[in-house]
Design a protein around this ligand. Structure first.
Ligand code: 5GP
Length: 234
């Protein structure tokens, strides 16, 4: 257990559950006849699972997967579809369920392609929003929490495919986050080299020149006990 990455609790499991119930109530108020939810894989899978259990009325589900790439010197990122929807959207009241809106590039791409499929309404629920990182002005109707420019994990969000199972939102080590940003900046101002953004399938610590998180690590309860803001030990 010598090489564990420190993670601080930013939003507790209790606060998340309370807020998700409020978001479900807001969505039900706006769409009392029912709603068609589209979760963006993989990060939104836990948020989606909790949201639907709080939703009253008719609810249907679908899933979509995309990957984002940082590219070139402009704010226009490149987003690719990895898995399309199973169902048509014509005439449906649709809510996109996202884990986090960062630059807004992914969501703005999603809204564009889904709008073209003729839903009656198209709205977005995101658990987290980082407005200070926005490069694209994109409307989000239901926001769980607005957070500062920190790299977060847990509750579906990963780092190198780890930490998704944490029941809370945790913050990665600040130095680590600075390294990730530095690498992204180098690529943005470089030769057009592409890098998978953190969170995208296949992103590896090796790409940002960082120490790999130790595996296996203990269950989060062992990590943090019950203390909010508790810090895992290295
Ligand atoms: P955007 O296109 O808005 O810049 O990026 C959205 C995607 O980037 C999210 O769906 C998520 O996969 C990833 N992302 C952005 N910020 C974070 C973060 O703080 N933590 C994690 N784990 N992923 C993030």
């Amino acid at each position: 257990m010598a090489d564990l990455r420190p993670v601080d609790v930013l939003i507790s499991a209790e606060d998340i559950q309370r807020r998700v119930a409020e978001l479900a109530a807001d969505i039900h108020r706006d769409f009392p006849d029912g709603v068609h939810l589209i979760a963006v894989l993989k990060g939104a899978f836990i948020f989606m699972a909790d949201l639907v259990r709080h939703l009253e009325g008719r609810v249907s589900l679908d899933f979509i997967a995309v990957s984002s790439y940082a590219k070139g010197t402009t704010s226009s990122g490149e987003v690719r579809m990895l898995k399309d929807l199973d169902y048509a959207l014509d005439g449906k009241d649709v809510v996109i369920v996202e884990d986090i809106v960062d630059t807004g590039i992914t969501l703005s791409y999603l809204k564009e392609i889904l709008k073209a499929r003729g839903p009656r309404n198209l709205r977005t629920a995101c658990l987290l929003s980082k407005p200070s990182r926005r490069k694209v002005d994109v409307k989000v109707e239901y926001i769980g929490f607005t957070i500062e420019d920190r790299f977060v994990v847990g509750y579906g969000l990963d780092f190198d495919e780890q930490f998704r199972q944490l029941p809370y939102i945790g913050v990665m080590d600040a130095g680590l986050y600075a390294n990730i940003h530095a690498k992204q900046e180098r690529i943005a101002h470089g030769s057009g080299e592409k890098m998978r953004k953190v969170g995208a399938p296949g992103a590896h610590l090796g790409e940002v020149g960082l120490r790999r998180v130790a595996h296996p690590y203990p269950h989060p309860a062992v990590f943090f006990g019950n203390g909010i803001g508790a810090r895992a030990q290295v």
